[in-house]
Design a protein around this ligand. Structure first.
Ligand SMILES: [Zn+2]
Ligand SMILES: [Zn+2]
Length: 242
């Protein structure tokens, strides 16, 4: 039971960091926040993604490229150009790493406005730190798992961040329904996206990439949107009206 609570909490907290901070803020700048709050959410992302912490800078740049080059050969990840989800994840990882290490030339349009906190990332992005997180997850399982098969869920914790990305980048360009006839393969994964915290409304998002509400139809509830509205109300962030 404790392990189940751990899996569910880790899934949704990590997902919230990804959709709120990496995707809607770092990549799309749907809202603004002060330097202080930006740093708070850097640390929140580090704690919630842990061993699979994704750099807001590298994620932001990579994701902006996805929107510009969707379903073309220059798309960082596309089921059209990758045979399996694993080969897509590997190709994405390679480009992500070269963006993070700054070993690839990237057009200014993709780097402009994407947040960077190099001193923090040096620590949070380090392999030793990742291994320490993985050891902590394993220790938690050793203490609380009450059957051997429970350990089969452990790898999910190790790769949580990239796993969430891959689910959207693969399945939400392959299986689902469309509200909008966009010139790409984006689809909405499910009418009520309780699993991917609004990220599943990917066709809506490709249609209107700056809209902080990913839902479009009345039944498409985006769980992240009320939280964004609340954070705007209490002035932690300021939604940019477009
Ligand atoms: Zn997409
Ligand atoms: Zn996007």
């Amino acid at each position: 039971m404790i392990i189940l609570i751990f899996i569910i909490s880790h899934w949704y907290l990590s997902l919230f960091s990804q959709t709120f901070f990496l995707h809607r803020y770092a990549a799309h700048k749907m809202f603004e926040m002060s330097n202080f709050w930006e740093k708070v959410f850097y640390i929140f992302t580090f704690i919630t993604q842990g061993s699979s912490y994704l750099s807001p800078y590298a994620y932001g740049v990579l994701h902006k490229m996805h929107h510009t080059y969707t379903d073309t050969e220059k798309d960082p990840h596309s089921p059209k150009y990758d045979k399996t989800i694993f080969s897509m994840m590997w190709r994405t990882k390679e480009l992500y790493s070269s963006i993070f290490d700054k070993t690839v030339d990237i057009d200014d349009e993709f780097t402009n406005g994407v947040p960077q906190w190099q001193a923090f990332e040096k620590f949070a992005h380090n392999w030793m730190v990742r291994l320490l997180w993985a050891a902590a997850y394993t220790a938690f399982y050793v203490i609380y798992a009450d059957a051997w098969w429970v350990f089969l869920f452990l790898p999910v914790h190790f790769i949580m961040g990239p796993l969430h990305g891959a689910v959207i980048n693969w399945f939400a360009h392959k299986f689902g329904y469309r509200n909008f006839n966009t010139d790409n393969t984006s689809v909405n994964l499910m009418p009520f996206d309780f699993l991917m915290f609004g990220e599943g409304y990917h066709n809506n998002h490709h249609k209107n990439a700056q809209n902080p509400n990913f839902g479009s139809k009345w039944y498409e509830l985006d769980p992240a949107y009320p939280i964004i509205k609340f954070l705007d109300f209490v002035r932690v962030i300021r939604i940019i009206k477009t």
